[in-house]
Design a protein around this ligand. Structure first.
Ligand SMILES: C[S@@+](CC[C@H](N)C(=O)[O-])C[C@H]1O[C@@H](n2cnc3c(N)ncnc32)[C@H](O)[C@@H]1O
Length: 263
């Protein structure tokens, strides 16, 4: 086994994989001792397919999410949204009504529903595969009765009021996509990555929708987008309450409120 691991690690390192030893170990654990399957997993990883697509799972907020090609792999930075909501709503028994726009794997909605046992939520995504995978994740995590998933173009056609609107929209400027690691660029869905010329196309759509929906919005942004995003939200008539930083200190979540008089 250690020879297999050593060889696999060397192969992944030669392919330019960032953490070859860790990835080889994770893939070894995933195959349950099946050397043939391990060989096929290592070949896929050496072709830069992300570990999460190979194993079919990714952890987020200490919960396990099924992922598949066509679904963005949940990122630790996005946990900043959960931290920010928990800080703002310390009463865990609050019957919050939560909307998650661009729900993907459903990770944000599921994490919030797991923290607020009396909360309900709706996840929306334009991708059919995301709708299916998110609904499956909520169900498997025992949250299906409180979390629904629907097809939709952001909040178009929604007229319900929500207490909290969360979103991790695509925010990578189109021209930067070619420079991403092949693991991301060649495998993750462009609809989950491409934010248009300056990365803020989705923010421009979401801003008036948040204004219409009410509640407090928690919107993830890319590196260096905080001031431009805040300006778009302000122009749309929202109050920017604060910007939460991720664990690396990067301004990551813009927190906005639709009704200034509630500040
Ligand atoms: C960056 S991913 C976030 C996924 C998940 N919320 C997460 O944080 O891991 C953005 C998601 O927005 C979805 N999306 C893109 N355009 C959309 C649109 N017009 N309406 C609804 N969802 C959209 C994508 O399919 C993708 O699932």
């Amino acid at each position: 086994m250690s020879d297999l691991l050593r060889e696999a690690t060397a192969r992944l390192a030669a392919a330019g994989v960032d953490n070859p030893r860790l990835d080889a170990r994770v893939l070894w654990e995933a195959v349950g001792g099946d050397a043939e399957r391990f060989e096929s997993f290592i070949a896929r990883r050496a072709a830069r397919e992300p570990v999460a697509y190979i194993t079919g799972w990714k952890e987020f907020w200490s919960l396990s999410f099924a992922v598949a090609p066509g679904i963005l792999i949940p990122r630790p930075d996005t946990e900043t949204i959960i931290d920010a909501v928990l800080a703002d709503y310390p009463d865990r028994s609050a019957p919050l009504n939560i909307l998650d726009l661009g729900t993907g794997s459903g990770c944000i909605l599921a994490a919030l529903l797991s923290e607020y046992p009396n909360a309900h939520g709706l996840g929306i995504d334009s991708s059919e595969i995301a709708q299916n995978v998110a609904a499956g994740n909520l169900e498997r995590l025992g949250l299906g009765a409180r979390g629904a998933v629907r097809a939709g173009n952001w909040a178009e056609k929604l007229d319900t009021a929500f207490d909290i609107v969360v979103s991790n929209p695509p925010y990578i400027p189109t021209a930067d996509i070619a420079d991403l690691e092949p693991d991301v660029r060649d495998f993750e869905p462009s609809a989950a990555l491409d934010g248009g010329p300056d990365g803020l196309d989705a923010v421009r759509i979401l801003a008036p929708e948040l204004k219409k929906l009410g509640g407090v919005g928690y919107i993830e942004i890319g590196v260096g987008q905080d001031e431009a995003a805040a300006a778009i939200f302000t122009k749309a008539g929202l109050a920017v309450l604060r910007v939460a930083r991720d664990l690396g200190g990067v301004p990551r979540i813009v927190i906005v409120r639709a009704k200034k008089e509630l500040e």
